[in-house]
Design a protein around this ligand. Structure first.
Ligand SMILES: [Zn+2]
Length: 143
């Protein structure tokens, strides 16, 4: 009897922990999972934020952490939303396995965002965060 009680208690606890984990992050569509979890790249010029306007903040689509401000967004012509600076401390840089490109991820949840490039001289900061629209969600500033 005690054994059964203990197993039930453990199972209940595990389910609880599992639910807590699920609650931490927003549910993702299969397309979003391809990018955010499996580090894919959306087709150029396909994303909703490639040339979006408006003043506000881009947050992580999975965990809602603030990642980029519209002041730092620029039109790079590359087909993906481009920023020359992240919100301080929001993004982690990691060298890709090929040793060439630098992957950028959300510091809070590890979501794949895209890649960061330097030396292109596109802006004064000479940095381009090339980010998938599917990794982001735009929150317009309130008036
Ligand atoms: Zn995140």
């Amino acid at each position: 009897m005690i054994k059964i009680y203990l197993i039930n208690a453990i199972l209940y606890h595990l389910t609880y922990i599992n639910n807590m984990d699920n609650k931490k992050y927003n549910p993702l569509t299969p397309e979003e999972e391809d990018i955010i979890v499996r580090k894919g790249t959306e087709a150029p010029f396909s994303g909703e934020y490639v040339s979006s306007r408006g003043i506000g903040t881009y947050i992580c689509r999975r965990c809602n952490a603030e990642l980029y401000r519209t002041e730092d967004k620029f039109d790079s012509g590359c087909g993906w939303p481009s920023f020359d600076q992240e919100i301080e401390g929001a993004v982690k840089n990691t060298t890709d396995a090929d040793g060439v490109r630098t992957e950028i991820t959300c510091i809070n949840c590890g979501a794949h965002l895209g890649h960061v490039f330097t030396g292109e001289k596109l802006t004064k900061k000479d940095t381009r965060h090339c980010v998938n629209s599917l990794s982001l969600k735009f929150i317009e500033d309130e008036e």
